[in-house]
Design a protein around this ligand. Structure first.
Ligand code: ZN
Length: 238
């Protein structure tokens, strides 16, 4: 049986210089993968050992390529768990991880271990799911990263910067692999307009005060006092 790696295993004897964690996050169609590929190709030009991983759950385009929306691609290794990345990544100078939101909660520990061992780790992923809630290990990765780049799409309804991935089809599962038929990038204002569903009859049980519905977008909170706008509509003020 293989001994699991720990941070103690990797430091300080095997520590190399220049280990770091970079996170590229944003909504769908924001160019996360393009930016990941750009950084990885530059590392390859510098003759560094580069390996790219992606969760095996994401098979939208190809089972063994990281492929972006503009068909710019780079060979990658599908993995089922974050532990698989640690074992192979330790031999690399640069490790890229795409669609990191689909990987398990062990990913931040794996990225820390790789960076502590001198590996440059570049992680790309969705920061929010279609409800506008933090997605998988991405919030923790942003917290421990040396550098976070938040990239934006363009809102398809008004042309402003978009940070939200609106799901156009009626499906409540958090993970629904999809493309432009299923998702569209929206700014906060447009997202709140289209993602708002009819309010449940009662958001809270009168008895225990616990929420009984999670269908309202995370950006909206019915508990927050509202005041009428000049145009007569109601908006939240945080
Ligand atoms: Zn908009």
């Amino acid at each position: 049986m293989m001994t699991p790696y720990t941070e103690e295993h990797l430091m300080p004897e095997t520590a190399r210089c220049c280990g770091r964690i970079e996170v590229i996050c944003g909504s769908m169609f924001s160019g996360k993968t393009e930016e990941l590929i750009r950084r990885l190709k530059r590392a390859k030009f510098a003759r560094q050992r580069v390996l790219i991983f992606k969760p095996s759950i994401d098979t939208r385009y190809s089972s063994d390529d990281v492929v972006s929306h503009d068909s710019n691609s780079i060979a990658s290794t599908p993995v089922a768990t974050s532990e698989d990345i640690l074992r192979r990544g330790l031999e690399m100078d640069v490790v890229g991880i795409d669609e990191a939101q689909f990987l398990d909660d062990g990913l931040p520990r794996v990225c820390n271990a790789l960076a502590n061992a001198g590996v440059r780790v570049i992680v790309a992923g969705l920061d929010m799911d279609f409800r506008g809630q933090p997605f998988g290990p991405m919030p923790a990765l942003c917290a421990i990263a040396d550098e976070v780049s938040k990239v934006h799409a363009i809102c398809v309804r008004c042309g402003r910067l978009a940070a939200f991935s609106h799901r156009k089809v009626d499906n409540e599962r958090q993970v629904l692999i999809g493309e432009t038929a299923e998702y569209e990038p929206l700014c906060r204002t447009c997202y709140n307009k289209v993602a708002a569903r009819p309010a449940p009859i009662s958001l809270f049980d009168e008895g225990d005060g616990k929420a009984t519905s999670s269908t309202t977008p995370h950006t909206q909170n019915n508990d927050i006092p509202r005041r009428p706008d000049n145009d007569g509509t109601q908006k939240n003020y945080l």
